[in-house]
Design a protein around this ligand. Structure first.
Ligand SMILES: Cc1cc2nc3c(=O)[nH]c(=O)nc-3n(C[C@H](O)[C@H](O)[C@H](O)COP(=O)(O)OP(=O)(O)OC[C@H]3O[C@@H](n4cnc5c(N)ncnc54)[C@H](O)[C@@H]3O)c2cc1C
Length: 801
């Protein structure tokens, strides 16, 4: 072991081994992995080794597909057998909604290029897996690239392939502490001290403690998980093929062949956390006693689904632990505020996701960015609120117990809520507000009559008419929206203007003005769809998506220079927006400063009643509108003031569901659907805000290369869809005949234009207005047509009125 490495990876499970493999493969060979026991000694040795394609996040599904393709490569490279059995896989649906959902999921896979799947009838599924009873099953999805592997062999294969490429690993070397230095980290082990530039926490069941060694509280917890291995099953001895990896979604089980028996794994409804502070240091390669009482219900369903299990005994029980983050996705990437400390932990399905995690992390460390859009597993998608133990307990438990439960797009889940509430929350609840959640904050969805309950649905729900009324109120009169759920950063200091000019691709607004500001990465892909406010008093704000607060703050801090100070105002400022033709009327009489006279995109400091506020004249709804920001403590008073002043104009409170529909009618993209770090400015149309004549901004060269080269292969377009009773929601494939020409980024109903609308990334040659296409919605192909952007008020006249 050397005394210095460029990178020290802590943890010799499948994830750590994949990280050193990918680092070495991409050229960083001065790396070592430290393992306190032997390779695989955490969760990895006792995993079921199943690999299957399905994941609710298409980007994660893409990385899973990468991992599956990689497995044969590392086997070949290392010479280590990984016992890969590519049996193919079945995912079965047992309720009408689930069957519809699975058909939609199949279409989403087509959108993202996973093309080895097809739908099967229960009869076809029975032939593929003859030990499965098809009672109650409505259909399934077959995927070629599913199966299982030998877990110990796989970890060794990654490690040996890494070693062949120049990386090192050391077993029986425990990291006991670490210290940050000016050059990186000092890693203190029981075998000596190593200095390094980067450390990677791939400590699996011990990730919590390895985080705490650096003062980091990671939102991660182990939970227990059972599978059984059956005795030999006569029918399996007779057939000349292996049964496929089979997931029975309604039964909470997965099954694969194990020699002539089967392995049946259970996602446990009555879940149990274990060692929330991380596994004990002396925890060996141990298992827990099986707890069949706790999983009796799921077991019974499993034995009914596979009746042969009723005739043979259980050879082995495995009750082991593995780790979960609040949303079940890994925690990967650079930890905010800890330069050189990287995470590769909370990987729930390490054999399925480990390859993608290792690849993305290695790219991130070496090139500064991962190739794929890895926001879904970025450690910075959580803020400090997620350090709370009870939050972690509730959310990880909810994810685990709902692993195979279908979540509807309009469904609100209870774990970790309510957490943060804007001061006017209770008054808004009394007014009928139904709440959703953004990050830690409760945000208004819509205002419903007393006793209303929204039915979870893949299609238009019973809240459709309520949202329609709210949209009409905004378009015809005036709507009031709580905008505490926007992010606000204050930027001060002598070098603010030059710094903003460098990190934003757009022209900076003049004093008293706000401006839309695309923020790009070095590679020209999006890092933000922000709004910059120049308040005219020397202070500046950046506003964006609330749930990206920690993610954006990491970016700002990573690029900060002397003479600039940036502060997240999310705990200090809140606000309301007024949108609609009568917005100005509401403001009449509330202020001598006449904020209603602000020009479009104007902004400034104004007294409103007794309150000191900051107001910008802009509206995401595409109306004449004002965003009024107040101190958190003034939130209740501001709401009351605006509602009273708006009485004569029939002011109506509304929520984000209506806003999503209103902005769609304007073809205004939003982050995470139209804008992601996977898309370039050119593809999203945000290049229209780029100040090409600026000599310097991050991403300039890449943006110019895109502009002057062939341009993006796909562009954002607006579609009108003959939708029926369901609207597009995201990632549905867009077809020109049988040719896949794009995918939906978001969709919904435009209540003013009375059309089902969608925005979509479409091959450039198919984006001409009037092009007839088709889109799958909830599994059904619907006619669609490219229409001109902004079907409501295309010239933007009402916004500027
Ligand atoms: C019953 C069961 C079935 C499963 N089935 C599947 C499946 O079918 N498919 C699938 O993909 N996944 C499955 N999993 C999940 C899978 O096991 C995990 O996702 C995976 O093992 C996580 O790997 P890891 O490398 O992150 O962590 P771990 O395997 O826990 O590895 C972490 C390593 O870090 C070492 N370490 C920790 N702290 C230190 C320190 N301070 N110094 C040095 N070394 C340290 C540990 O000794 C350990 O070896 C299953 C899990 C269980 C429990």
């Amino acid at each position: 072991m050397n005394s210095h490495y460029r990178v020290v990876v802590i943890g010799g499970g499948v994830v750590g081994a994949s990280v050193i493999y990918h680092l070495a493969k991409m050229g960083w060979k001065d790396v070592c992995l430290l393992e306190r026991s032997v390779l695989t000694a955490g969760s990895s040795w006792h995993a079921a080794g199943g690999i299957h394609a399905l994941n609710a996040d298409p980007n994660i599904a893409g990385l899973q597909a990468y991992t599956i393709d990689l497995l044969q490569e590392i086997e070949k490279e290392s010479g280590q057998n990984i016992g890969l059995h590519m049996t193919g896989g079945l995912t079965m649906a047992g309720t009408p909604d689930r069957w519809e959902w699975l058909q939609s999921a199949y279409r989403v896979f087509q959108s993202i290029g996973i093309d080895d799947c097809h739908l099967v009838t229960p009869q076809e599924a029975a032939k593929l897996n003859p030990i499965m009873s098809t009672d109650g099953l409505l259909g399934g999805m077959w995927a070629d690239r599913e199966g299982y592997l030998d877990t110990t062999g796989t970890v060794h294969a990654y490690a040996m392939a890494a070693r062949k490429r120049g990386a090192q690993y050391f077993e029986h070397t425990k990291v006991e502490a670490m210290e940050q230095t000016s050059q990186g980290w000092r890693v203190i082990t029981d075998k000596g001290v190593i200095s390094c530039e980067h450390v990677v926490n791939a400590a699996g069941l011990w990730a919590k403690q390895v985080g705490r060694m650096a003062g980091i509280e990671l939102p991660v917890s182990p939970l227990k998980h059972h599978y059984l291995i059956s005795d030999s099953i006569p029918m399996l001895e007779e057939i000349d093929f292996e049964v496929p990896m089979t997931v029975d979604l309604e039964g909470f089980t997965y099954l694969r062949q194990d020699q002539n028996g089967v392995l049946l794994g259970i996602y446990e409804i009555d879940y149990e956390h274990w060692a929330m502070d991380g596994a004990p240091w002396d925890y060996g390669m141990e298992l827990f006693q099986e707890q069949t009482d706790r999983i009796e219900h799921e077991l019974t369903m499993g034995f009914e689904r596979y009746p042969v299990l009723q005739e043979v005994g259980v050879k082995t029980w495995v009750n082991g632990a593995f780790t979960f983050s609040p949303d079940g996705n890994p925690l990967v990437g650079p930890v905010p505020g800890k330069p050189g400390y990287w995470c590769a932990c909370a990987v729930m399905a390490g054999f399925l996701q480990g390859g993608g995690v290792g690849k993305s992390l290695a790219e991130w460390m070496i090139y500064g960015e991962a190739e794929a859009d890895v926001y879904g597993m970025d450690v910075a998608r959580y803020g400090r609120f997620a350090e709370n133990r009870e939050y972690i307990r509730q959310t990880t438990g909810q994810f685990y117990s709902r692993r195979f439960v279908m979540t509807y797009p309009n469904e609100q889940l209870p774990a970790g809520r309510p957490l943060k509430m804007a001061p006017a929350h209770d008054a808004m609840t009394a007014a009928g507000c139904q709440w959703g959640q953004s990050w830690d904050l409760e945000v208004p969805l819509y205002f419903a009559p007393e006793g209303f309950k929204e039915t979870p649905s893949l299609k238009r729900s019973n809240a459709f008419e309520i949202v329609a009324q709210e949209c009409r109120a905004v378009r015809k009169g005036v709507g009031l929206l709580d905008i505490t759920g926007f992010s606000r950063f204050e930027v001060t200091g002598p070098n603010v203007a030059s710094w903003l000019d460098h990190i934003m691709a757009s022209k900076l607004p003049k004093p008293g003005r706000a401006g839309l500001a695309p923020m790009l990465g070095k590679d020209g892909r999006m890092k933000g769809d922000l709004t910059v406010f120049n308040w005219g008093d020397g202070s500046w704000w950046i506003m964006g998506s609330y749930y990206l607060r920690a993610w954006h703050m990491r970016w700002f801090n990573d690029h900060l220079v002397d003479g600039v100070h940036i502060r997240d105002l999310g705990e200090e400022w809140a606000g309301f927006s007024l949108s609609g033709p009568k917005s100005k009327e509401v403001l009449e009489g509330l202020s001598n400063d006449r904020p209603q006279a602000l020009p479009f995109m104007g902004c400034g400091n104004f007294d409103i009643g007794l309150l000191r506020t900051k107001i910008g004249r802009l509206s995401v709804a595409g109306e004449l509108g004002f965003e009024i920001h107040c101190r958190m403590g003034d939130h209740i008073a501001l709401r009351r003031l605006l509602l009273e002043a708006g009485q004569g104009c029939d002011i109506r409170e509304y929520g984000f569901n209506a806003l999503l529909s209103l902005r769609l009618e304007k073809s205004f993209g939003i982050w995470s659907t139209e804008f992601t770090q996977g898309y370039s400015a050119g593809a999203t149309g945000m290049d229209r805000w780029i100040a090409w004549d600026k000599p310097d901004f991050i991403g300039r060269e890449a943006a110019i290369a895109e502009r002057d080269g062939n341009g993006p292969a796909q562009k954002l377009a607006t579609l009108e869809i003959e939708a029926g009773d369901a609207d597009a929601s995201g990632y549905e494939p867009v077809w020109d005949g049988e040719q896949l020409v794009g995918f939906v980024t978001s969709g919904g109903y435009g209540h003013s234009v009375k059309k089902s609308l969608a925005m979509a990334m479409v091959n450039r040659d198919k984006t001409a207005e009037g092009t007839e296409l088709e889109v799958h919605i909830v599994g059904v192909k619907r006619k669609a047509k490219i229409i001109a952007a902004s079907p409501y008020d295309p010239a933007g006249a009402v916004m500027r009125a």
